[in-house]
Design a protein around this ligand. Sequence first.
Ligand code: NAD
Length: 503
Amino acid sequence: MSVLNDNIARAQGYMARFAAEGVLNHIGGETVPALSGQCFETISPVDLKPLAKVAKSGAADIDRAVAVATEAFKTWGKMPGAERRKVLLKVADAIEARAEEIAFTECMDTGQALRFMSKAALRGAENFRFFAAKAPQAEDGLSLRNADQVNITSRRPIGPVGVITPWNTPFMLSTWKIAPALAAGCTVVHKPAEFSPMTAKLLVEIAEEAGLPKGVLNLVNGFGEDAGRALTEHPGIKAIAFVGESRTGSMIMAQGAKTLKRVHFELGGKNPVIVFDDADLDRAVDAATFMIYSLNGERCTSSSRLLVQDTIYADFTARVAEVANRIKVGHPLDPETVVGPLIHPEHEAKVLSYFAKAREEGATIAAGGEKVGAAGCFVRPTLFTRASNDMAVAQEEIFGPVLTTIPFKDEAEALEIANGVQYGLAAYLWTNDLGRAMRMTDALEAGMMWVNSENVRHLPTPFGGVKASGIGRDGGEWSFDFYMETVNVCLPRRLHQVPKLGG
Ligand code: NAD
């Protein structure tokens, strides 16, 4: 049996239970259907065949989950951080023990290639370990003194929170939001994306089997406009951590306004990779292609705009086209596959529509630009050359393996193009001139910048975007600032003069 056939057989084994039971909600430790009894079907992007029926929840299911999360908060929120650490470390170990099941399920549910998803569980476990280690100090604050008084700050978990996640790398992203919330002492109601519900169910089951008390993490499936909306509007939910599209972020902000919801948004991007002619071009080609063609290009920090200095533009883009043409598109469970099918036919149609747009606008399609095969959502890695910054392919987030390249003359022009979009999530800069790197990173409008590197994550650093790419930062202490309230207590150091009135 080939490796691929063997992997498909094992994946079918892991997913048989979902086909039989459906992907139901998980509230207070119980697997439950939507109260309405309604379901919707989730399909695999590999062959568009149904994978499972998913609970189609609404406001009543959210009410039920919030009530449970509120009750669980009374004990989880008060548990010493060192105790929470123990539980969360066990969750991390349990995630790693189920790494293959998580990876295979994610591949079939999302179309992401196994070569990347094999690390999904490891990265999820790492998120749990990192925030678990910080749990004992999460409440710590500052001591701020003046002559008369000492102010002591401390942090408390904000309460039950809502976590709403998208369909790209859903397992890893969910742990990135849920682990710090739990470490901080919050309880969680998680609403995963309707296109990719499966690994969220694995996560809550794994966490409870490892010892997470029931009701601390709850899962409610459904569509954004009903289950998602109800979560953002619920008065019992103190904050919403959201990852998804910019226009959804703005809807959530409006929905949460009535209940003064604290929000944290990780939104879209159209991230530039800027290559100057003095750079190490071999490394720059590898990094630029990795950051757009890995993870199907369905990645918020993908380098979807390649800005190349005009002196090397023709040669550099020809090398990128060569890489794009060599990339294997195929079944996500084939270990050789780099680009698997896009998440869903709706998303595939969106990505394909940009091929026509690029042609209409006058860009050149130097690689790809077509669908692969009749079945499934397979699209060839694509390269648009000679684009200009006003084209839709240069401005809009395509969220597929599609790279738009634009030539530039000098630093000033590179900056003007790089900053000339509504987004500001990440930027990548390739130059061997330190002064230029300093000048450019000072002026680039992006929350995260990498110089002479692809995106390499370091969990203590701040993650997030500026402009339409987001509000707030994750990572290290920034995550705790979001999931906790900082309070101040002022104590006397000596008797100061209290103002007397009416005397
Ligand atoms: P999306 O905004 O369509 O959906 C994300 C989630 O929001 C889903 O769970 C959906 O059901 C829910 N939702 C939709 N409407 C809602 C509403 N009115 N109220 C409450 N919830 C609602 O995004 P997507 O298409 O699933 O994901 C892709 C997007 O996510 C891209 O724009 C990508 O850049 C972004 N993303 C950003 C980051 C980051 O860190 N900045 C990371 C990953 C993905």
